[in-house]
Design a protein around this ligand. Structure first.
Ligand code: NDP
Length: 395
């Protein structure tokens, strides 16, 4: 059962439908059923049922789950729905998966603590929750687990680099849900160093980084949720940072929107009703799922790691490049939705085929990366690696 019919939901539905030996029946449910119907019509499979659901409403989701009895619920709605959907899964003893950690609507703060708190209840119910199985978080954690398993005795420095060198031709648009995206990049940055978090002003640390087949792009240090689980699961890490590229025009427009108050999440009165400026802004910006046509260029996301193997210093860079136009040609999606939806489908396949198995709440790096890494290329996200070469982030 897939919840959410936006940019990512469409990719997950397409990709699951292409693996009918595992996903023999798919229920695609979201707030707006017509969006589910449109995706199902594009896929053209008889195995997809569409439904309407308000995923904030636990009783509604419980009724939907009882009606269809799925083996797994894949949450690709918004981070606000993580906890109500986990509650519905607990009540019906259904496995759960998502691609983004819970955020309360009224505080732009993302942390795993709210979802990790479900550990005992999921364990007792005999079901599993897999958190953050998109690209970042998701594939980046699996890359790190793969590096730790095959290339390092100790990881000391981890830099996750996320470049979107694509051009969608719009004056301003975000590549995933605008509300969530803008909350993420306008909050204070944070990185892990010597056992503690170092906080910085938003976008105040940046440098030019070379990306494979793309070239140099200005990259900004942000806080990203996988840093929280990876520094916990790999305690030898001395420093972990996350970098994302932004064009100058994007930053200029974002600064103006911030300065005039359009990115605020505090409700204001407008003609007698309360509106949240950022939610209003989301309503006037292009939907991420509409950006695919004419989008040119590539994304490049990967992990650059320094550590120790057999007593010697080692560097390791593992990444995927994904082409917007190729994704559009394949399933009508842009590369940011595609790179999120493909690992979500494969993570679901790992659970449904028993390769990733457990009771409780897990992050992706808790499981063996090998079966996932063996298959991700064939589903559209091949990876490349460089061992003991200078790391672009250190240049
Ligand atoms: P979209 O805004 O395109 O889609 C969100 C979908 O969720 C919409 O169909 C929306 O319905 C639906 N939805 C929202 N609220 C509810 C609700 N209460 N009940 C039912 N459905 C609801 O966003 P994206 O597809 O770009 O992103 C989806 C998720 O993926 C987000 O959580 C995002 O953070 C995550 N993500 C993760 C990444 C990763 O690499 N890990 C990268 C990119 C995104 P409606 O159409 O009616 O508004």
């Amino acid at each position: 059962m897939i919840i959410g019919a936006g940019g990512v939901g469409a990719v997950v539905a397409h990709k699951c439908a292409s693996v009918p030996e595992v996903f023999s029946e798919i229920v695609l449910a979201s707030r707006t059923k017509s969006k589910c119907d449109k995706i199902a019509a594009e896929i053209g499979s008889k195995n997809i049922i569409t439904e309407q659901v308000d995923a904030d409403n636990v009783a509604e989701t419980v009724a939907l789950i009882r009606k269809h009895n799925p083996d797994l619920l894949i949450n690709v709605a918004l981070p606000y729905q993580d906890l109500p959907l986990m509650d519905a899964c607990l009540e019906t003893r259904t496995n759960y998966m998502d691609t983004a950690n819970y955020e309360p609507k009224d505080v732009a703060k993302f942390e795993y603590k709210w979802q990790w708190a479900y550990q005992d209840r999921f364990k007792e119910a005999g079901i599993m929750a897999l958190l953050g199985c998109g690209f970042d978080p998701g594939q980046t954690g699996i890359y790190t687990a793969y590096a730790a398993k095959h290339h390092f005795d100790e990881i000391h420095y981890l830099d996750i680099v996320d470049c979107n060198a694509g051009d969608h031709g719009k004056a301003f648009a975000t590549n995933f849900n605008p509300e969530i995206n803008i909350r993420e990049i306008t909050q204070r940055g944070k990185y892990w160093e010597n056992g503690a978090w170092v906080e910085i002003d938003p976008m105040s640390i940046h440098k030019s980084v070379e990306y494979p087949s793309i070239g140099e792009r200005e990259s900004y240090l942000l806080y990203h949720e996988e840093l929280e689980s990876l520094t916990k699961n790999y305690p030898t890490i001395k420093r972990a940072r996350f970098w994302m590229t932004f064009g100058q025009k994007y930053i200029t427009v974002l600064n103006v929107l911030q300065e005039v108050g359009m990115t605020s999440i505090k409700p204001i009165k407008y003609q007698g009703i309360d509106i949240v400026p950022l939610q209003f802004l989301k309503a006037v910006l292009p939907e991420p799922s509409s950006l695919g046509g004419g989008y040119k260029g590539q994304t490049s996301i990967g992990c650059q790691i320094r550590g120790i193997k057999d007593g010697k210093e080692r560097t390791y860079y593992i990444w995927n490049n994904c082409d917007h136009a190729e994704c559009y040609k394949e399933i009508g999606a842009q590369a940011v939705s595609y790179t999120t939806g493909v690992p979500a489908m494969l993570g679901a396949k790992m659970i449904l085929t028993g390769k990733w198995n457990g009771k409780g709440v897990f992050n992706v790096e808790d499981f063996d990366p090998d079966p996932f890494m063996a298959e991700i290329g064939k589903y559209g996200l091949p990876w490349h690696e460089e061992i003991d070469k200078p790391l672009p982030i250190e240049k």
